[in-house]
Design a protein around this ligand. Sequence first.
Ligand code: SAH
Ligand code: SF4
Ligand code: F3S
Length: 464
Amino acid sequence: MNETVRKTRRLHIITHGCQMNVYDSARMADVLAPLGYAPAASPEGADMVIMNTCHIRERAAEKVFSALGRLRDLKEASGGVMMIAVTGCVAQAEGDLLLKRAPYVDLVVGPQAYHRLPELIAQVHRAGGSVIDTDFPTETKFDHLPEQAAPQGVIANLTIQEGCDKFCSFCVVPYTRGAEASRPAASILAEARRMVAQGTREIALLGQNVNAYHGEGPNGVGWSLTRLLAELAEIDGLTRLRYTTSHPSDMTEALILAHRDNPALMPFLHLPVQSGSDKILNAMNRKHTADDFRRIVARLREVRPDMAFTSDFIIGHPGETDADFAATMALVRETGFALAYSFRYSPRPGTPAASLAQVPAALADARLQELQAELRRQQDAFNEATVGLTLPVLFTGAGRHAGQIAGRSPYAQPVVVRAPAPLTGAVHRVKITHSNPNSVIGVLSQDTGEATATGQQNQEALYA
Ligand code: SAH
Ligand code: SF4
Ligand code: F3S
């Protein structure tokens, strides 16, 4: 009996940025739980506030400093007791500057060092002042994160690969997350099994280049993402798998065929293309052409006719002319996306494109608006095209109103259904009756047919 009873402390985590930060925030909570830190819904009265930050665009990074100002006031109100930690990609990229601008921050910890939080906190308590740890340690955090973890809900994220060696001209990720590294398959499978035992039914495998996954298999031989997905699909109770974000250059034929052959894999792919102009793709150092992207989309639709796609676009990258933008619009019109994210190019310190002649902001904005109007139209058309279809829906929990239950379609659409039974965690067939801009509404289908991931008959309806 050597368990110590610890004082409960309140931990509030603010998460900016991508799904990988969402995963990291959950893991930081797991790291701190043994020290007595329990999640708190607001920063008021918290003993520790972690701001997990994003550096991808200027606006994201600036958000950190405005939010820190508010935290400083709360810290003062606590008589200096509240500890403030800044983690994530801004911590990695601008840690020193951050401590200069906000000396009241106690801890600055990079994305590969947060398993060391307990010792860093102890260091602050011991020595006072601020502590910064933006190492890329030789030991990986995944070997040091606790096995105990809080339940993540019906849908959860699982990071399997991190960092990036591709060095696109515009992107900070290779600098903030470091070199590409894949986790060994055994540790991923163990984490997935634990999640499923805690009620998770859908897992999104995460990586900055997730389809470049090449982790060590149990017998020392490297596993591809396709192999890992096949093994994960064998876990009892794990009904759905997704993976994000993929790079077109790493989209192998085997992975494409997995969308036909792996019953857990959803007919849905986030495949950022960034631009439809080969000249700009080359300037971006993307290492693929617009036609490569077209071929991947066509092949996936061939093997899995009800496949739907999402993507990312950067508008106004240095060198982008009207003709380059027209090529992007043409690619968008001919592909037909279920949803897509588009951003005005934001010059990032230390990246190659930042030092080139910039496209005037007003011109880039006008192009962005034109693209976003088309993407909005496509998203509405996609959601409307699902009306009348019967889709298998994974229920995730109570809806916002009494008597409603919420879930996700195979296309990650939020679905709301009036349902009496507590169906959370189950997949049930739902007839879609109505579409909203960001969700759809349906009724439980009386048809008791097996709730497979999808129905190939949907193809005609979705892309008519
Ligand atoms: N690993 C992913 C992308 C990670 S960043 C990939 O290879 O596609 C997510 C998205 O942010 C990118 O797809 C890109 O569209 C956008 N982005 C990245 N850097 C940007 C910048 N400097 N300005 C504007 N958008 C950017
Ligand atoms: Fe950034 Fe390119 Fe790597 Fe994606 S592939 S994380 S856009 S450098
Ligand atoms: Fe942002 Fe870092 Fe993710 S820069 S997008 S939080 S990898």
